[in-house]
Design a protein around this ligand. Structure first.
Ligand code: FE2
Length: 105
């Protein structure tokens, strides 16, 4: 795995989680009770990918190691955060939408 792929992934994650803050805005709009824990998981993903990106740029680790580490990070993210935390947030927002409809949804 070359560092360009890791850079592209990293840039996507930074834009999605740190710059657009789409999820954060949604959670704040609905006063999601677990927002701080949720955002901490976003920050941890960026920190882990930052370390991976720096490792790739330094050329210390080989492509096989970087590939496994990338897959592990993404698998953890999909199975841990997206499948659990994001799903929980989604259900909360759907339930809140029925209780307190927002005009711009
Ligand atoms: Fe999330």
């Amino acid at each position: 795995m070359d560092s360009n792929i890791i850079n592209d992934l990293f840039n996507f994650l930074v834009i999605h989680y740190m710059e657009s803050k789409a999820e954060e805005k949604l959670m704040r709009r609905f006063n999601y009770s677990f927002i701080e824990t949720h955002l901490q998981e976003h920050r941890r993903l960026i920190e882990n990918f930052t370390a991976l990106k720096e490792d790739a740029e330094k050329g210390i680790s080989g492509p096989l190691y970087l590939s496994f580490r990338t897959q592990l990070l993404l698998f953890d993210w999909f199975s841990g955060h997206i499948a659990k935390a994001d799903r929980h947030m989604g259900r909360f927002i759907i339930a809140e939408s029925f209780i307190k409809p927002k005009s711009c949804l």
